[in-house]
Design a binder for this molecule. Structure first.
Ligand SMILES: Nc1ncnc2c1ncn2[C@@H]1O[C@H](COP(=O)(O)OP(=O)(O)OP(=O)(O)O)[C@@H](O)[C@H]1O
Length: 277
């Protein structure tokens, strides 16, 4: 059997190596998930590099959430492989991990920002408690330092220190979302999954939140996977983009390239429908 590779394969490998100069943080190969025969997502493969933000766009029902939940370990794919280059144990097959190992990964190296802050916050616990308990979950014990860290993180997400003892239910939607982000980032994760992070917010609140997220992602060198139906969100946040339709990735590439020169008719429709608004 010949082991020779085509010119394209070698060229792609060389250009990826020189472009990223790093090992992928997350490698996804052939991930598929169906619900009683209905396709959720099918045969999705990509690499995510350290410090890179990948956007996933597509219309409602195209499989974005199914894919994100498979990647984050909330759903078990029917097929495929998800490898994560963990700080603790090097390259790990996330599906082969035990449940406690996966929970530890989710607390330390991963974060998940839900569309609805209520799904990612403890509404009965103070703002400071929401942030501080994440530090306690990874071993912090000194009350003064935990509270100081919590106040520092509230400041980073533009929540005044005098709101530290208020419950999230006393916050606006935008503040709740910023608190959810603080709670997720306080432990210094490497990979953040975001499901429609600006969904359900007013346009002006969305813009401010996006600016904040973009600043934090850059400052912390985070890798992120952002699911959205809003092309403005990916334009601002994502380095690369995958477009999904009926569970399949139909187009992928650098965000500006895909949005400025969409190749697939469906992507062209998505882009032009936004331009007409
Ligand atoms: N729990 C479920 N049971 C059965 N079918 C499901 C379930 N969740 C999703 N699906 C189906 O899988 C397909 C993909 O849905 P998914 O929610 O992943 O899409 P999406 O792009 O995230 O949509 P939206 O933007 O509306 O959240 C759809 O046909 C949907 O009906």
């Amino acid at each position: 059997m010949s082991t020779a590779r085509s010119f394209d394969e070698v060229g792609q490998e060389v250009s990826e190596k020189s472009w990223h100069r790093a090992k992928p943080l997350l490698s996804v190969r052939g991930v598929a998930k169906s619900y009683d025969g209905r396709v959720g997502c099918a045969d999705v493969s990509f690499d995510l590099y350290p410090g890179e933000v990948m956007g996933i766009v597509g219309e409602s029902g195209s499989g974005k959430s199914t894919l994100l939940n498979c990647l984050a370990g909330h759903l078990t794919p029917d097929r495929g492989e998800i490898l994560f280059d963990s700080r603790a144990g090097g390259l790990r097959d996330t599906q082969a991990m035990s449940e406690p190992e996966r929970r530890m990964l989710a607390r330390t190296e991963w974060a998940f920002v839900h569309q609805n802050p209520r799904d990612g916050l403890r509404m009965g616990v103070s703002a400071g408690g929401n942030v501080g308990e994440r530090l306690m979950a990874v071993g912090a014990r000194h009350y003064g330092r935990i509270r100081a860290s919590a106040i520092d993180w509230l400041d980073r997400v533009e929540i005044a220190a005098d709101r530290v003892d208020d419950r999230p239910s006393a916050f606006s939607g935008g503040m709740q979302q910023r608190l959810q982000i603080a709670r997720n980032l306080v432990t210094g994760p490497r990979l953040v999954f975001m499901d429609e992070p600006t969904g359900g917010l007013d346009v002006s609140v969305q813009a401010r939140l996006l600016d904040l997220v973009r600043g934090l992602v850059r400052e912390m060198g985070l890798s992120a996977i952002v699911v959205t139906h809003d092309l403005a969100v990916v334009r601002l946040l994502a380095d690369r983009l995958m477009v999904m339709k009926s569970g399949q990735v139909i187009e992928a590439g650098l965000t500006d390239q895909v949005l400025d020169d969409p190749q697939h008719a469906y992507t062209q429709l998505l882009v032009s429908s936004v331009l007409q608004v």
